[in-house]
Every structure is written in structure tokens, then in C-alpha cells.
Design a protein around this ligand. Structure first.
Ligand SMILES: NC(=O)c1ccc[n+]([C@@H]2O[C@H](COP(=O)([O-])OP(=O)(O)OC[C@H]3O[C@@H](n4cnc5c(N)ncnc54)[C@H](OP(=O)(O)O)[C@@H]3O)[C@@H](O)[C@H]2O)c1
Length: 304
């Protein structure tokens, strides 16, 4: 195992796969904590955990350079009370399990980068939210409050702690973009609902670089909006997606159509209807170099 070891809890998913690839390319050892470990041929090690309790996996944190926690039941499901409880528990329990693990190791990681979400701010309409903005009141905001609360309460005296409040991540092989792309190819890529709601998006490549920045810059701690600098309205986003996919026009999808579509796809309509206009104030202050600060080149890159 390389001297620089990164432990990624929940690293088998969309963002974790991209991070694991990047760390491997940088010759850093990667250990993924997962409920379903597989043997792999690419040098990445998958280790079993249950996302709730310390176990044999704890030893992999001893002497690790960094721990990243991406664990959580995917929010792309109907937000019924049982699903909302499972979404919350999977996040809070994993934070608590990692905190308990850090208390047991001799040489804890230098840094813990914790996934959060811009859902923290709730439905904020046109209002621009930087990291100082208050938390929202809807169900996802409440979940984010519990999630961040558990992370804030995690005693890790020798470990720097960073939360990335992640926006809508655009990538080729995961997240919502491939689904929106398919709908758009079928001429179902119209603006959703009023179309005025903001989307705070980020290209996966920039998000990966933000995780690297959080790990490398020794003075960084606290909470950062992990989004591109230009949030756009849903109507503008869908227009750019249609342009990238050569579908000049699609009928708009009024509220009821969004709700019906979400029901048919076993998803949650509010994910398309809430407005989040987030500003990455702290990354801009750091003069973070975005590869994709503008939506059009980001979508052109991902739709090629
Ligand atoms: N993708 C986005 O646009 C976005 C936006 C904002 C925030 N985020 C946050 O960033 C994190 C990573 O996102 P992602 O898109 O990579 O998610 P993902 O693809 O759904 O991966 C999350 C991982 O969490 C683990 N997991 C799922 N349910 C679990 C449960 N009940 N108990 C324990 N582990 C569970 C799974 O690993 P195993 O099945 O291998 O155990 C899964 O690979 C999540 O916390 C998400 O909320 C993502």
C-alpha cells in the first residue's frame, strides 16, 4: 500500500468512482468502504463496512492521509417518510461511525472531507446563497442540518474537517445528467415547471479538483459551496442541454407533467422544482481555477 492512502467511505458511487480514479492516477493508495466489497484488478481496495458501526475496517484509517465520506442513500427516490428517514440515517450513521473510528486509531488522517449538499439552503428562489446564508426549512434542508450537525459534533482533534456543500453534479456516468440527456433526446427536454428555478451545477472534473484542494491546502477548514460560479435557471439549463444534444425545441413540462414523470420514474418532483442559486464565495476567494466555469462548454464536453 502506498504511503499516501486515501479512505473513501461510500466511494463505490458516482463521485467516489471519479475520485478513486484520480487518486490512483496520482499514485495514491485508495481504500473504499462499501457494503458490497468486490475484488478489483486496478489496485483499489474495497473493504467491507456497514456504514453504521466500527469494525475491522477501522484499521485502514490508521495512518491514512485523508478520509472522504460520500455515504448516503441516493435522494433520487420518492420522498416518503420511510425514504426520508433512510436518507438521513445513512448519512448521520456513517459520520458517527467514522468519528468513532477516528477515536480508536493511533495516527488519524490529517483531513476529513465530508460531502454535504446545497439542499442545505432549501428553496431560495432568486436569492443568492453563499456559505453564510441560513439553512432552509424543507425536508432536504432538514436532512442536511442533521448531516452537518453530526459532522460538527464529531470529535476529531487531530484531523482538519472540511464540508463541501455539493450542487447538481454533471458527469457522464452517473447523477441526473444521463437521465436528462435521454429525455432530451426523446424531445422531452423542455423547461420543468415554471423554469425560473435556479440550478447550482458543477462539472464532475471541477468537483474532483475541489476535493483535492480541500485535502492539499493545509489551512482549509469549514464549509464550502462546491458549485460553479454561474447558477442558471432551469429553463436556461434545459435550453443549453438541448443545444448540446441538437434538439432545438421541446415542449415545456408544466408542474403536473413533472409530477407524473417523477412518479413514473420512481423519483421525486421537488428535485426538479426547487430553486437553489448558490455562489461558491469561498472557492472564489481562494481563486480556485475552474475548468468549466460556464455551463455551455461543460455540457458540450459531457454530451460529446
Ligand atoms: N451526485 C450529486 O449530484 C450530489 C449532489 C449533492 C450532494 N451529493 C452527495 O455526495 C455524496 C456522494 O454522491 P454520489 O452521487 O456519489 O452518490 P451515490 O452514487 O448514490 O453513492 C453513494 C454511496 O453511498 C453508499 N450507500 C448508499 N446507501 C447507503 C446506506 N443506506 N447505508 C450505507 N451506505 C449507503 C453506497 O455505497 P455501497 O452500496 O457500496 O455501500 C453508494 O455507492 C452523497 O452523500 C450525496 O448526497 C451528491
Amino acid at each position: 500500500m502506498s504511503a499516501k492512502r486515501i479512505v473513501i467511505a461510500g466511494g463505490s458511487g458516482f463521485i467516489g468512482r471519479a475520485l478513486a480514479r484520480e487518486f490512483t492516477a496520482l499514485q495514491q493508495g485508495v481504500v473504499i468502504l462499501t457494503r458490497s466489497p468486490q475484488e478489483r484488478a486496478d489496485g483499489i481496495r474495497e473493504v467491507a463496512w456497514d456504514g453504521k458501526n466500527p469494525g475491522d475496517w477501522v484499521s485502514h484509517l490508521d495512518g491514512a492521509d485523508a478520509v472522504i465520506n460520500l455515504t448516503g442513500k441516493n435522494i433520487n427516490c420518492p420522498h416518503t417518510p420511510p425514504n426520508l428517514r433512510a436518507i438521513t440515517a445513512s448519512r448521520v450513521d456513517s459520520v458517527n461511525a467514522l468519528a468513532a473510528a477516528l477515536a480508536q486509531v493511533k495516527l488519524p488522517p490529517r483531513v476529513w472531507v465530508q460531502a454535504g449538499a446545497t439542499g442545505y439552503y432549501g428553496d431560495t428562489g432568486d436569492q443568492v446563497c453563499d456559505e453564510q446564508a441560513p439553512g432552509g426549512k424543507d425536508a432536504l434542508a432538514e436532512i442536511c442540518r442533521h448531516w452537518e450537525g453530526a459532522f460538527a459534533a464529531a470529535a476529531a482533534p487531530n484531523t482538519r474537517k472540511v464540508t463541501l456543500r455539493i450542487g447538481f453534479v454533471l458527469g457522464r456516468d452517473g447523477g441526473a445528467l444521463p437521465v436528462l440527456g435521454r429525455l432530451t433526446r426523446w424531445f422531452l427536454g423542455g423547461a420543468a415547471g415554471p423554469g425560473r428555478q435556479y440550478i447550482s451545477w458543477i462539472h464532475l472534473a471541477d468537483l474532483v479538483e475541489m476535493f483535492l484542494t480541500a485535502i492539499r491546502r493545509e489551512h482549509l477548514q469549514g464549509t464550502f459551496n462546491a458549485v460553479a460560479p454561474g447558477a442558471v435557471t432551469n429553463a436556461a439549463f434545459m435550453r443549453e442541454l438541448r443545444r448540446a444534444l441538437h434538439r432545438p425545441w421541446s415542449p415545456p413540462a408544466p408542474d403536473f407533467a413533472v409530477r407524473l414523470g417523477a412518479w413514473l420514474m420512481r423519483s421525486e418532483p421537488s428535485l426538479a422544482l426547487v430553486s437553489q442559486r448558490c455562489n461558491p464565495a469561498k472557492f472564489l476567494e481562494l481563486e480556485f481555477k475552474y475548468q468549466y466555469p460556464q455551463l455551455r462548454p461543460a455540457l458540450v464536453d459531457l454530451c460529446r
